[in-house]
Design a protein around this ligand. Structure first.
Ligand SMILES: Nc1ncnc2c1ncn2[C@@H]1O[C@H](COP(=O)(O)OP(=O)(O)OP(=O)(O)O)[C@@H](O)[C@H]1O
Ligand SMILES: [Mg+2]
Length: 363
């Protein structure tokens, strides 16, 4: 050995000696096999032996297909030929779950990286194989814990809805004892406000996703419920819904639902009073390049002369203004022959961090 660490025989590095390379090959933490174009294993390291349950020497000369579970075996030669026709460094079977077959017949989930090796004796492929059983096990644990949480969340939405239904029934029982027409109307309106929120929880536990609900379906059911409560059958009022299917999360759906509740009950109570029918239009749409636009439009009496929405004393308008603020939105009120309310708002993307819960009072 010379002082520069190289051996004297023509400058060859002793680290490149076959025996040393063999030790390096065997010390690799991933299993490695060198496969010829005909599918025969020409080299296998110690880890490959451990992974498949053979002595490494037993693997040499076997066909790689003997390490593939029976149900995937028939397609394997075609995959192998495809690789030899276009040999590049890549992962094998991307997007598919891969399994190795052990000598004892058991299967092991694996991940395989393929690397073409060009030699004077021809093209080979080096397959580096990782045992991913531990990862699969922890994935399964996570998945089942997620399923459990989903069931729990569904159950909670269900209970919240049931509790709200109880509140609504209590209000209904109280209403029966109220003689004064004005107070009775107040109780009735509180009842439909509670039902507006209960409906959101009902939609959430019965939908596919627990995080978002279809605004079109929700608002359709909500308006139907309001029409049943506030619109006499012979009123002649036509309700026109123009609702784009849009997913809203609960933090947005609650203020939107309550705004629609206030504006629609107002229109049904005030706009068409003493009139021979009319049209109420409720629209929700995505605006090009902007956020969402909610519109509640009636062709009824119009707001009272000199009405200032900013100074309105009714609970309804105050709630609408608070809820629009919660949505970081903008409210426009147009009145004349009929009334048109426009709420523009831009909900955060559905996977954003949850906002604080809706507040109804003054903030
Ligand atoms: N679409 C409408 N058409 C005509 N008048 C309306 C309309 N919406 C509201 N108003 C008028 O504005 C007033 C204020 O509405 P607001 O919702 O704040 O109170 P309210 O409906 O009277 O009571 P509540 O607090 O129960 O909602 C109403 O009393 C009504 O005179
Ligand atoms: Mg009102």
């Amino acid at each position: 050995m010379r002082a520069d660490g190289r051996s004297g025989d023509g400058g060859r590095d002793p680290l490149l000696a076959a025996e040393t390379l063999r030790q390096v090959f065997d010390a690799s933490p991933s299993a490695m096999v060198l496969v010829a174009a005909d599918g025969v294993l020409r080299l296998a390291n110690a880890q490959a032996g451990r992974l498949f349950g053979y002595a490494p020497a037993e693997l040499i000369g076997r066909s790689v297909e003997s390490l593939v579970p029976q149900r995937f075996r028939a397609q394997h030669p075609a995959h192998r030929d495809g690789y030899f026709a276009d040999p590049v460094v890549r992962a094998m079977g991307e997007g598919r779950d891969l399994f190795g077959l052990r000598q004892d017949g058991s299967e092991v989930p694996i991940e395989i990286g393929l690397e073409p090796i060009r030699t004077p004796d021809g093209l080979f492929v080096l397959a580096a194989i990782l045992d991913i059983s531990a990862r699969k096990r922890s994935e399964e644990t996570l998945r089942s814990s997620l399923r459990e949480k989903e069931t729990l969340l569904r159950e909670i939405h269900h209970r919240v809805k049931n509790n709200m239904q109880v509140v609504s029934s209590l209000l209904s029982l109280q209403t029966a004892n109220v003689d004064d027409e004005r107070y009775r109307a107040l109780f009735e309106e509180c009842q439909t406000r509670v039902r507006t929120m209960a409906l959101i929880h009902e939609k959430l536990y019965s939908a596919g996703s627990l995080a978002a609900l279809d605004a079109a379906e929700y608002l359709r059911d909500l308006v139907k419920m309001l029409a049943r409560s506030y619109l006499p059958a012979e009123s002649g009022v036509r309700v026109d819904l123009q609702l784009q299917p849009l997913d809203l999360d609960i933090q947005v759906a609650i203020p939107v639902g309550l705004i629609v509740h206030e504006l629609v009950t107002n229109a049904l109570k005030h706009a068409f009073r003493g009139r021979d029918g009319g049209t109420l239009r409720i629209a929700l749409a995505q605006r090009a390049g902007a956020g969402l636009r909610l519109e509640v439009v009636d062709d009824g009496a119009g707001l009272p002369a000199g009405f200032d929405a900013g100074r309105a004393r009714g609970l309804g308008f105050r709630m609408v203004q608070n809820l629009v603020r919660q949505l970081d939105g903008a409210l426009q009120v147009h009145t004349g022959r009929g009334t048109r309310f426009v709420v523009d708002f831009e909900p955060a993307p559905l996977d954003a961090v949850a906002a604080p819960p809706a507040r109804l009072g003054r903030s």
